[in-house]
Design a protein around this ligand. Structure first.
Ligand code: AMP
Ligand code: GLY
Length: 404
């Protein structure tokens, strides 16, 4: 098979590594890719949000399958454009990707499908926001409806904080259009888990569960980021529990989307909170998680490319994915100043030494300058190590990261 992976981050590097291990693979291409991906695939300088450019590239490469990593091209309709051109794509249509692009839409789908989630109200004015706060009580979470790069969710301790958050987004327009509509929902408590699943529109095959950590600092401290680390498996979510969640969350959502003419083909990522009353959905993503993918895919014992291709063709079998025993832990190495700013152009050394310890090192924000590998973004590298237990995998991941 000729495969094109769209994206330039650690997630896409991990996808390329798994796809690259498939006996079905003939040639692997990526666009735009990064220096790490370039070790596995031929990279083409086409931006992820250049829908026409990506379709033209896929056609010229005679790609049998295009695997779309990030949300931006999905929301812009890249999967639709590829299918119209007769090219198989793993990634949802723009209509189905609204599940990630609009939190209010996701809530509407969950309500219609009977999926357990936090009680919520939509607000576009301060009067509506105040009414929502009164209805839900003080402990709420204020969420921008649209895509806000991880900055659109404010977990509030009391009504004053919630009102201030709503004011900043609705009146202060701090997040622009993304925050012109809010979802205000009850604040839940419990451990969080990410359950990603391959979907062909109807059939759902969960990947091993993962937990990601969004705060910048070690010990889960400091401001939120796009995701600083992850581990898999999650002891509370074994294969039986994952199947149960797939049946109560992913499958009803797929049925409701299909009823509305928007089949979901791709990776449906459910961000869940395991509350005392059972799992509740906090959010959906219409794509693989980053960095969950870097912790989950290295554990897969099955041929990922076969399943991605089956899903893209609407022929996914409900056959559980097998994982290697033990655990994987991913630690993200970020630039100084991230998430507020990020330094770039700093030379990177020690990747070979980290790999010599048995770790995988995935590139995210890296670039080659005069033949030298340098930093080029906030999240720079993701280091994944395995171990018999989560604790052992974590020790191995930090030891490998220390080489860099
Ligand atoms: P989201 O982008 O919706 O996943 O929200 C980002 C983070 O905010 C989540 O990972 C949770 O830690 C927190 N969060 C979101 N919704 C809630 C909720 N209803 N109750 C408590 N925490 C939440
Ligand atoms: N790790 C969170 C995300 O991919 O959105």
């Amino acid at each position: 098979m000729r495969v094109l992976v769209v994206g330039a981050g650690g997630r896409e590097h991990a996808l390329c590594a798994s796809i690259g291990a498939s006996p079905r693979l003939g040639v692997l291409h990526a666009a735009p890719g990064n220096p790490g991906i370039a070790e596995l695939a031929t990279c083409h300088p086409v931006r992820v949000d250049d829908v026409e450019g990506q379709v033209a590239l896929a056609a010229s490469l005679r790609a049998d399958l295009v695997v779309i990593g990030p949300e931006a091209p999905l929301v812009l309709g890249l999967a639709d454009a590829l299918r119209q051109a007769g090219i198989a794509a793993f990634g949802p249509s723009a209509a189905a990707a609204r599940l990630e692009g609009s939190k209010a839409f996701a809530k509407e789908i969950m309500a219609a499908a009977g999926v357990p989630t936090a009680r919520s109200h939509v607000a576009t004015t301060m009067a509506e926001a105040r009414a929502a706060l009164a209805a839900l009580g003080g402990q709420v979470v204020v969420k921008a409806d649209g895509l806000a790069a991880g900055k659109g969710v404010i977990v509030c301790d009391d009504a004053a904080e919630a009102e201030a958050a709503a004011l900043e987004m609705l009146v202060g327009a701090s997040l622009g259009e993304a925050g012109a509509r809010l979802v205000i929902e009850e604040r839940l408590t419990g451990p969080e888990v990410s359950l990603l699943a391959l979907c062909d529109g109807r059939t759902v095959v969960p990947l091993p569960a993962a937990q990601d950590f969004k705060r910048i600092g070690d010990g889960d401290a400091g401001p939120n980021t796009g995701g600083m680390g992850a581990y898999s498996p999650v002891p509370a979510i074994d294969a039986v529990a994952a199947r149960e969640i797939a049946e109560t969350v992913h499958e009803p959502v797929l049925r409701e989307l299909e009823r509305r003419g928007a089949r979901f083909v791709g990776c449906l990522y459910a961000g869940l909170m395991l509350t005392a009353a059972g799992p509740r959905v906090l959010e959906f993503n219409a794509r693989f998680g980053d960095p969950e993918t870097q912790a989950v895919l290295p554990r897969l014992a099955d041929d990922l490319l076969e399943r991605l291709d089956d899903a893209a063709r609407g022929q996914l079998e409900q056959r559980a994915l097998n994982a290697h025993p033990g655990a994987a832990v991913t630690v993200v190495l970020a630039s100084r100043g991230y998430p507020a700013t990020s330094e770039s152009g700093v030379p990177i050394e020690g990747i070979a030494a980290a790999r010599a310890r048995g770790a995988d090192v995935y590139h995210a924000g890296t670039a080659l300058r005069d033949g030298r590998l340098v930093t080029a973004g906030g999240r720079v590298l993701a280091v994944t190590a395995r171990g018999a237990s989560i604790a052992e995998a974590r020790a191995n991941a930090y030891a490998a990261a220390d080489e860099i």
